[in-house]
Design a protein around this ligand. Structure first.
Ligand SMILES: *[C@@H]1O[C@H](CO)[C@@H](O)[C@H](O)[C@H]1NC(C)=O
Length: 180
């Protein structure tokens, strides 16, 4: 019976570890409250920050800015490249914007304030595919991102995650009750 106990202990430990590692993270853009602004130099750009970060599905990005004079626009790759603020996919101007990254692939953000995007207040966030587990290389200039166009990514939803957690816990619980 002792060995079964060890196996189940290992299962429970593994499950808890998995849960910790796969927990969704919150990213404050640029790592500080003042970061959503025109960068002072190219090396200070938000893309430098974004490329250092590993974004995964269900992570949340948070922008802090003064809602009176700035906003966040999610735009297409083309509108990102041209700083076209006229028809964003989504726009936020509440000063404390949270966006959940619910699928893999690139997300394009520009400032909605006139002239800011042209001066570098823009950012590409690439969410890793759950299949490849590695961050694809991106270049600041738009290039064909064929990797993201090869059909729908198999993205686990949080609902499916919760279900698998519940199933796992049930199995472990009954295993424990029956064998120990
Ligand atoms: C910006 O986008 C709109 C809508 O897609 C388009 O009509 C317009 O020509 C674009 N402007 C520029 C400068 O590209």
């Amino acid at each position: 019976m002792a060995s079964i106990r060890v196996v189940f202990s290992a299962l429970v430990f593994g499950f808890l570890l998995f849960n910790t590692l796969s927990e969704a993270k919150e990213f404050l853009v640029g790592g500080s409250k003042e970061a959503w602004k025109i960068p002072s130099s190219p090396s200070d750009s938000l893309n430098q920050w974004a490329q250092r970060s590993r974004f995964q599905i269900n992570d949340v990005i948070v922008w802090k800015y003064n809602a009176k004079d700035d906003s966040v626009l999610q735009v297409t790759r083309n509108d990102y490249a041209n700083c076209n603020i006229s028809s964003p996919i989504a726009q936020f101007n509440d000063g404390d914007t949270k966006l959940k990254l619910d699928k893999a692939g690139p997300y394009y953000f520009i400032s909605g304030a006139k002239g800011h995007c042209e001066q570098g207040q823009k950012m590409i966030v690439v969410v890793m595919s759950p299949r490849s587990r590695k961050q694809p290389m991106i270049s600041p200039a738009p290039s064909p991102v064929s990797e993201f166009q090869d059909g729908p990514a198999v993205a686990p939803t949080s609902g499916a995650n919760a279900l698998s957690c519940t199933l796992m816990m049930t199995v472990i619980y009954w295993g424990w009750m029956v064998f120990i």
